[in-house]
Design a protein around this ligand. Structure first.
Ligand code: OOG
Ligand code: MG
Length: 259
């Protein structure tokens, strides 16, 4: 793929992000042969464009790390992308800034030291973890009906659009990180529930996997940046007027109104 094609496809998804308009996935007509490697190159161009527009990187995110998510999206490999600072939501979430937002219950990690390399283990992650934060990711695929291939969703920065962090931080030694239960309620109705072990056996494994994937690009997870480890349950559509509340056993609740 030449530079012009990379730019053209990055522009395509970036405009959809800015205009809040759904688009056909890249692989339907524009470039059916898109590979995973090419998709990450397009993602890098997209990130470059965001930075050029003055957006600040917040941290990396993992996606499709649970059986529930892989089944829902019909794709079966973990992927990574990036969350920007302007995507952090505080207070009520104004839905007009999104196309067709869905929420995911996740656990975020913050490390006390940079972590990278092809051999990073879960134990390395545990040693380097400063604290964890309960979080709700708001994903918003730019593609019609969230219909995409693995390559499409990588090129679309893994549907990154918004995130709500819980207010409290918790030391990793205080918990068994694989038995954090989540209850996801919308308007008081239980929509989904799960356990953090759904994320690659333990969300710690998701961070380790991310560190190894990033090392292929010569990158590391940086100390202090929040890392989203992936939805524990399937994602759920939200609408204007909704009240969203996710309870995490032992680490509190994250909730907001959708306006
Ligand atoms: C892709 C993003 C997946 C997760 O936590 O699994 C993701 C999508 O489902 O649109 O963020
Ligand atoms: Mg997610």
């Amino acid at each position: 793929m030449d530079n012009q094609k990379i730019k053209e496809l990055a522009d395509y998804v970036h405009h959809a992000y800015k205009d809040k308009k759904e688009i056909k996935k890249i692989t339907s007509d524009l470039y059916p042969e898109l590979t995973i490697e090419e998709a990450y190159i397009i993602q890098q161009e997209l990130i470059r464009q965001h930075l050029e527009e003055g957006h600040e990187l917040l941290g990396p995110k993992m996606g499709l790390t649970s059986e529930a998510k892989m089944k829902q999206m019909n794709v079966d490999d973990p992927i990574y992308g990036y969350v920007f600072r302007h995507m952090v939501e505080e207070g009520d979430v104004d839905i007009s800034g999104y196309i067709h937002p869905k929420i995911e219950a996740e656990i975020a990690f913050v490390l006390s030291e940079d972590l990278g390399g092809p051999d990073v283990t879960a134990f390395d992650v545990l040693k380097a973890t400063k604290f964890i934060i309960p979080a709700i990711e708001i994903i918003d695929s730019r593609y019609e009906n969230f219909n995409f291939t693995l390559a499409d969703v990588i090129a679309d920065n893994t549907s990154a659009a918004g995130v709500v962090f819980g207010e409290k931080h918790f030391g990793p030694a205080e918990f068994d990180l694989d038995v954090i239960g989540v209850n996801l309620k919308i308007n008081g109705e239980l929509k989904d529930s799960g356990t953090s072990a759904a994320v690659l056996g333990n969300p710690v494994n998701s961070v380790a996997r991310l560190a190894r994937m990033l090392s292929e690009e010569g990158k590391v997870i940086k100390a202090g940046e929040p890392v989203l480890t992936g939805g524990i349950t399937a994602a759920h559509l939200i609408e204007k007027g909704d009240h969203v509340a996710v309870k995490y056993s032992g680490i509190g609740e994250v909730s907001f109104f959708v306006k």
